[in-house]
Design a protein. Structure first.
Length: 324
């Protein structure tokens, strides 16, 4: 895409004479700023300041975390933000919302470029650095695309050229036409309820037990064989059994995700502990497969015979909560 391409035709609007001149921080740059008056917010049965209730309500919407950047001369300016959204695929458009008191807001205008770096879970400290006015935290390294700095190691990068700005109350909205996009695999940094969160991957509960304790549980199981192509577990089915892959390979399919597991992998760990819910994945034998199946009843017998295994499992569950 040419970086000098004109804005899409839907942005061809006629502005009144003198419209938008001298307005700060993106206010008045388009014909769509019919500013509404203030109206009280009904906060239902919540108590306290309606503004705080509104902020906390918005915080219930879980988002990713980005660092927004631009360049002025030799200086990089950036800030942490989760007010970022996609707008259109054709043309490729994104939108950012910036507090009008921020330095970055005052630097952007129609025709300027900004970068969006979607942070990985490992970049939490970096997010904190750009959430503060004093840059005394972890310092990032940048890659530069179209004279726009992007945080190295981020999960995704976008460079966009501002094509319109809009009034947004105490914020300004910047609509950007995307000129560059790339992504990589990884775990995103999340924000919810005023704090950072993270995705939890595969359970890895029993598989994290010491081998001597896990072996005592598996000895209570029985072998089951499957031919290549057989369905071992189906997403949504009710079951109270976990299985150890003893021979062969299996494919695991969840919505939006698929992986292959081999000898030594445990599947169905959550269901054996909580049999009231269906399977979370469909598991298929890719080759002839032999599994050791352990039912919930056999598991409870094992815990009764060796309470150390139950205590160790509780420790693993507690560590999963700490990981959040």
């Amino acid at each position: 895409m040419s970086t000098d391409a004109p804005p899409p035709r839907e942005f061809d609007v006629t502005l009144p004479d003198g419209f938008g001149r001298g307005e700060p921080g993106g206010l008045g740059e388009s014909a769509f700023d019919d500013i509404p008056g203030h109206a009280p917010i009904d906060i239902g049965d919540l108590e306290g300041d309606p503004a705080i209730a509104f902020r906390r309500t918005l915080g219930m919407f879980a988002t990713g975390v980005t660092v927004l950047t631009t360049r002025a001369g030799d200086h990089v300016h950036g800030m942490t933000a989760n007010a970022f959204m996609s707008v259109s695929l054709r043309p490729p458009l994104v939108l950012i919302s910036l507090d009008r008191s921020t330095r970055l807001c005052g630097m952007l205008h129609e025709g300027s470029r900004f970068g969006v770096s979607v942070l990985a879970q490992t970049q939490l400290e970096l997010s904190g650095t750009y959430a503060r006015s004093a840059r005394d935290g972890v310092q990032p390294e940048f890659v530069v695309v179209s004279e726009t700095p992007l945080v190295q190691g981020a999960l995704a990068h976008l460079v966009a050229r501002v094509v319109r700005t809009y009034w947004g109350g105490d914020h300004s909205l910047f609509l950007g036409q995307v000129e560059y996009a790339r992504y990589a695999e990884g775990e995103p940094l999340l924000f919810h309820g005023g704090r950072y969160e993270r995705l939890l991957g595969d359970p890895e509960l029993f598989s994290r037990l010491p081998p001597e304790l896990l072996d005592q549980i598996l000895l209570r199981g029985h072998e089951v064989r499957y031919a290549a192509g057989d369905t071992i577990m189906e997403r949504g089915e009710m079951s109270d059994t976990m299985m150890l892959v003893k021979e062969g390979t299996v494919s695991v399919e969840r919505p939006g995700r698929a992986l292959q597991l081999g000898v030594g992998a445990l599947v169905g760990e959550i269901e054996v502990l909580n049999p009231g819910f269906g399977r979370t994945a469909t598991i298929t034998a890719e080759t002839d497969v032999t599994c050791v199946a352990v039912t919930r009843a056999a598991l409870l017998e094992g815990f009764a015979a060796d309470p150390a295994a139950a205590v160790a499992l509780l420790g693993i569950l507690a560590s999963r909560f700490r990981e959040r």
